[in-house]
Design a protein around this ligand. Sequence first.
Ligand SMILES: Cc1cc2nc3c(=O)[nH]c(=O)nc-3n(C[C@H](O)[C@H](O)[C@H](O)COP(=O)(O)OP(=O)(O)OC[C@H]3O[C@@H](n4cnc5c(N)ncnc54)[C@H](O)[C@@H]3O)c2cc1C
Length: 452
Amino acid sequence: MRKVLIVGAGITGLTLGYRLAKMGFKVKIVEKEKQVGGLARSFQYDGFTFDIGPHRFYTEDSEVMDFLNEILNGGFVSIPRSTAVWMFGKYYDWPFTPKGIFKLPLKVMLDVGRDIFRVHKKGVKKESFEEYIIDMYGRTIYNTFFKPYTEKFLKISPREIHSDWAIMGIDRAIIDDDMNMKDLLQLSKNAFFPKARNLTFLYPSIGGIGEFCEKLAKDIKNEGGEILLNTPVEGIAYAGSEISGITTNKGSFTADIYIWTASLSALCNFMAFQCPKLSYLSIICYNLEINDFLKTPYQWCYFGGKDVIFNRASISNLFSSSNAPSGETGICVEITCREGDVLWQNPQSMLARIEEDLRKTGLLRKDNLIDKIYIEKISDAYPIYELDYRVKLNQVNSRLKQVKNLIVTGRTGGFWYNNMDHSIKSALNISHKLSNNLLTENFQNGLFFVPK
Ligand SMILES: Cc1cc2nc3c(=O)[nH]c(=O)nc-3n(C[C@H](O)[C@H](O)[C@H](O)COP(=O)(O)OP(=O)(O)OC[C@H]3O[C@@H](n4cnc5c(N)ncnc54)[C@H](O)[C@@H]3O)c2cc1C
């Protein structure tokens, strides 16, 4: 029986663990956190359930859909999407609707109208986020929303961010290909003549998004696999071109195949590889328990301006009513940061400002009380696509390619700004390759090496 050691019990690690255990591999998963799920875990306190920001399933891939059904066994609800952006002191439906367009300041509307005829100049370089968005949507929409939002979110200039961030981010925010929002003309047409569509997402009926991973973890154990929580990797023994063991706070483990789904930079450090540094963005989630049922129609809202301290707020009970006790509301407020920075060290410093801004933006009324706030620190939440990230990633992958018994994958391991369905799909693909004993395979995102 071949032994597999998986680092990370996020969606990728657990999907692989489940599939490989079913195929007869001896599976061990080590996870640094006290629970499974990684970025798709949920927190439970006082009858409330909170995810890490808004989290919902969407896929058009039948294999992924079948896998969701296999694990959740029909235990999900289908929810229509309802989201907004906050600009000029108002909420605008996102994607835009005619109602929203006419709420914009007149000057902005006129400038956008002019931009329709200015964008898509031939031969324009589109390497950076800024160049890409201006070419796509024009300078007014860039200056009004994308620039301030991105500066606030990533804390670097959009000129220093690769256009891949725009491509992936917009795909993630829009999701529905039918929306045709790939340039300003299409965006405007869509806003004025919205097509009737029924874009819905799947969400576990109970337990939050983390329920999927909790179920997977149970299934892995039923198949004879082992999951060690509170078990961070502390060292990797590497000799010749193979890993010979992984050390954790609970001892050292050996395997035939090692699968890494955690930070790429951490992996390079453990292996003592001289690789360029790839950086990740972290988030502080402020999970608020509110003593009233809030009537906001939006599941989540983006806050791009400096007038509001947070990037996004999501209402957990609008994903599933079981996420909050009856008559109460759960709000998750996200602020991005770098691990170890001032906010990371002292997240409490923002509490007064968060409450002030929730009231200013109308999410909380005067008579709403915040009963409790729980703070969760989420490291490595987003890969940061700096202008030269592709060059750096290629260098890192070329080095890792030389390690024969290592597979590197997942969102964090692949340095891949992805969604849960992508993590599931790539894990399923790897399990197929392993079952067929294929030696080496290059996937589109990240490199996956299957040993002899
Ligand atoms: C705010 C936010 C909102 C999102 N919303 C959506 C959404 O609506 N829909 C959607 O489809 N996707 C969404 N995503 C993306 C989704 O969360 C990810 O695609 C998915 O969870 C990635 O899973 P993964 O297993 O590939 O990576 P991860 O979840 O990052 O798993 C890596 C695991 O490795 C563990 N680990 C790290 N270091 C060590 C170590 N040293 N030792 C042991 N273990 C370690 C981590 O704790 C983690 O469990 C969102 C992501 C974020 C951040």
